[in-house]
Every structure is written in structure tokens, then in C-alpha cells.
Ligand binder design. Structure first.
Ligand code: HMG
Length: 403
């Protein structure tokens, strides 16, 4: 066993990262036509181009398990001691989605499985929990999944910011993608900017207030961070933001540039920012996964990053809790990522506005026995993901491995 020197800390972070989305998307310009809006409001005003649309057979469990299945091998499954799902689109008030996912992935049984909720912030809290656990249990791995389906409803102001998808991250010591560093600052504000009461299918949103809070939480948290850790912009090589829509990320990065920042330095950050929104622009908001999709997009699409570079991360969950923390890129991180992921986006099926309305807002209708069968549903045949929801039997969700 390696003997650590006194005070030496093990490096813990993201060893693998996977992403799953449904097969379908809506072009944001078609939404604009359908809602009688100027397309530029969505394309330029929000910087969104497509929205990922989930059929009823691809819920947060199916998507989350599919994202993890892409990255885990048999050895990983033996070493995972905890599965944490961050979500605000839970399928049950009681049972954690992580328990279903643990079973679908055939992870060794002596594991803890839980779900964490605080709007879009949940997965960041999960990372922190994972890191603390591994500090005490050096050889363990933790699977953190951020899985959400963002639905605001037809003809609502938030409709153009919907999306669906899951990020899975394997957290362990000596990670091959990025180390999660210790410096972090959180902030909590008891505000009603976005919330979803138990009786409502859709969130209630104070949209403009929410964007102001997101930005104000960022500037005040970043300021506190720079003071407490005696750091400034020059300590970072890039930033990733929670992206409810990419334009808010652009406002976010502009808000942390100090007045004295040179144009050249600004452009350096902005170039990386544009790499970080490539995936989000085509997926929409995926709540808990959105920040980590922006990280994946940055790492897979930016050629100006190297091992040792420090990435500032801003996580924001309405309600509100936010955190500013940072990652350091590991040696050889690029070889543990994909360079062809854009093909997955290009291979999706485009929906008409009518198809989108029918698919995204379909509800599970149970018969008197509490059953509903999707086995012959075309969405299952068309899916590229590993897992789908096959049926509900006696009120129990039954998932199926299809790939
Ligand atoms: P809106 O009020 O309909 O839009 O919805 P708007 O009038 O503010 O216009 C949007 C932008 O388009 C503006 O840009 C317009 O100027 C521009 P800005 O001035 O802000 O830079 N625009 C145009 N640009 C070019 N050509 C045109 C044109 N027309 C207008 N012709 C709103 C916007 C954000 C309110 C809405 O989408 C919404 O309610 N979204 C949901 C809430 C949200 O995403 N909030 C973000 C912060 S809260 C958060 O991030 C947490 C969250 O993820 C949930 C969680 O934590 O769980 C949401």
C-alpha cells in the first residue's frame, strides 16, 4: 500500500464522463413559427438552436442509466460504492431513481444509492458528497448522474428553453479527466424564481427575476471566492456555466470580467466559452446536467486546453443555491473523451411542431390494474440508448436493456 506523506491529499475527480439524450429534436426556428415569434428572439436572443425532446419511454432513469452504460466497464461496476442522481424530474416521491439505475447497470450490491434535489444544483452537491466519500474510502468509485427533462409547457415563455438529457460521471482518485479542487464557495438565497409544487406538471417561473438572481449570485459568489482564496481571473484558463440557455452564459462570463481586462484576454475566454455552448445550443436546458454538458462541450471542442489548466465552474439551482468551484485538467484528458460526438446530434430525428407537442407532453395513462405497455411503441425501436422504460405493471416501472 502506498504510504501518504502527512498532509498529502489524494486527487479526486472526474475519471469518465458520458452523455445520453433522446433520438428527437425540435428546431428552435420551427418553434418560433409555431408560436408566432421572431426566430431571432430564440436564435440570437437566447442563442439556442435546437431542443432535445424525450418520448415517454425515455425518462430520467432510462437516460441516466444509458449515459452511465456508455462509460462503465465491469471493473468500474465492481468498484462503485455509491450512486447519486441529481434530478428535479424525479419519477417517484419516495424511491430514488439511483436504485433503479444501480440495478440496471448491475453494480455490485454493497452500495449506497440516493437522489439529491436542489433544482439544477443537485449534481454539484452530489460531486461534493462523492469527493468526501472517496477521501475516506480511497479505492472506492462513486457514480454521479445528472438527469433531467426540462418541460415548461406549450406557449409559455420558458418553452424555448426546454430540453432532455443525462450526464454520468465516474468519480475516483487519480482521475483521468479532471481533478475537483478544494476551493469552493456556495451561496443560498430563499427566493421564488423557479419552483414546481407537487401538484403541478410544470414549474412556475419568474423568468426575468430568475436571470437577475442567477447573475447576481454569480458576481457576489465569485467576488467572495476571489477574496477568500486570493485569486483573480488570471488564475483561470476557462469557465463553464450552468446554461439554462446559452445567452445567459454569455452574460455570465461578461459579468465576471473586471473592467481592466485586456481585449486579448477577454477573447481568449470568449473563444473557450463558445466551445462550451456547442452541445447546449443543440440540447436546451437539462437542469442538473447543464453545467456538465457545457464542460463536456468545452473539453471535446476546444483545441486550446492542456493538462494543468484550471476551469472555473458556476453551478446555479433556482430557489436558490449556487456554487463556484474549479477543476484542474489531468494529463492526457483528451484521450478519455470523444471527438465525434457531433455525429450523434446530426443523427437525431427532427420533429414537426405537432409531433413535438404530442411526444413531449404525452402522459402515462394506466388502466384500472395500474398497467401500461410500451413494448410495441416505435420510440423503443428507434432509440439509440441502452435502456428504455418498457412498461408499467401494477404501478411499478419496468425498464428494458435494448442495446
Ligand atoms: P422572454 O421574456 O419571452 O424573452 O423569455 P425576452 O423578451 O427577455 O427576450 C429574450 C432575449 O431575446 C432578450 O435578450 C431580447 O432582447 C432578445 P437580452 O436583452 O436579455 O440580451 N430578443 C431578440 N434578439 C434578436 N432579435 C429579436 C429579438 N427579440 C427579443 N427579434 C426568459 C426569456 C428567460 C424569461 C424565458 O425564456 C424563461 O422564463 N425561461 C425559463 C427561466 C430561465 O431559464 N431562467 C434562467 C435563470 S434561472 C436558472 O438558470 C435555473 C433553471 O435552470 C431552473 C433550475 O435551477 O432548476 C431555470
Amino acid at each position: 500500500m502506498k504510504i501518504k506523506e502527512i498532509g498529502e491529499k489524494i486527487k479526486i475527480g472526474i475519471d469518465k464522463i458520458g452523455f445520453a439524450m433522446p433520438k428527437y429534436f425540435l428546431d428552435i426556428r420551427d418553434l418560433a413559427i409555431g408560436r408566432n415569434e421572431n426566430a431571432n428572439k430564440f436564435v440570437k436572443g437566447l442563442m439556442q438552436s435546437e431542443m432535445s425532446i424525450a418520448p415517454v419511454t425515455e425518462d430520467i432513469v432510462a437516460l441516466g442509466a444509458s449515459a452511465a452504460e456508455q462509460i462503465l466497464d465491469e471493473e468500474d461496476k465492481k468498484n462503485i460504492e455509491m450512486v447519486i442522481v441529481g434530478t428535479e424530474s424525479g419519477i417517484d416521491q419516495s424511491k430514488a431513481s439511483a436504485v433503479f439505475i444501480h440495478n440496471l447497470l448491475e453494480i455490485q450490491p454493497f452500495a449506497r444509492c440516493i437522489e439529491i434535489k436542489e433544482a439544477c444544483y443537485g449534481a454539484t452537491a452530489a460531486l461534493n458528497f462523492a469527493k468526501n466519500y472517496i477521501e475516506q474510502n480511497e479505492n472506492a468509485s462513486v457514480l454521479v448522474i445528472a438527469s433531467d427533462i426540462a418541460k415548461y409547457g406549450i406557449n409559455t415563455p420558458g418553452e424555448s428553453t426546454q430540453g432532455a438529457g443525462s450526464i454520468a460521471m465516474l468519480i475516483k482518485k487519480e482521475p483521468r479527466i479532471a481533478v475537483i479542487n478544494d476551493e469552493s464557495i456556495c451561496q443560498t438565497r430563499d427566493i421564488m424564481d423557479f419552483w414546481r409544487p407537487n401538484y403541478s406538471d410544470f414549474p412556475i417561473v419568474d423568468g426575468h427575476f430568475s436571470t437577475k438572481q442567477y447573475l447576481d449570485c454569480l458576481t457576489t459568489t465569485f467576488e467572495e471566492y476571489t477574496k477568500r482564496y486570493n485569486q483573480d481571473l488570471s488564475d483561470f484558463d476557462a469557465f463553464c456555466f450552468h446554461l439554462p440557455f446559452p445567452k445567459l452564459g454569455l452574460k455570465a462570463i461578461n459579468s465576471i470580467f473586471a473592467k481592466k481586462v485586456e481585449k486579448e484576454e477577454k477573447n481568449k475566454f470568449l473563444e473557450k466559452f463558445h466551445a462550451s455552448i456547442i452541445y447546449g445550443k443543440r440540447v436546451g436546458n437539462i437542469y442538473t446536467g447543464s453545467l456538465y454538458l457545457s464542460l463536456l462541450s468545452l473539453l471535446e471542442n476546444c483545441d486550446n486546453l492542456k493538462a494543468g489548466d484550471k476551469i472555473g465552474m458556476y453551478s446555479y439551482g433556482s430557489g436558490a443555491v449556487c456554487e463556484f468551484f474549479n477543476l484542474t485538467l489531468a494529463d492526457g484528458f483528451k484521450s478519455h473523451l470523444r471527438n465525434d460526438r457531433l455525429n450523434d446530434f446530426d443523427n437525431r430525428k427532427q420533429l414537426s411542431i405537432k409531433e413535438y407537442e404530442d411526444m413531449f407532453f404525452e402522459k402515462i395513462i394506466l388502466n384500472e390494474e395500474g398497467n401500461c405497455d410500451f413494448s410495441n411503441n416505435r420510440f423503443i425501436q428507434e432509440s439509440d440508448n441502452a435502456f428504455v422504460l418498457e412498461k408499467v405493471e401494477n404501478h411499478k416501472r419496468i425498464y428494458k436493456k435494448i442495446k
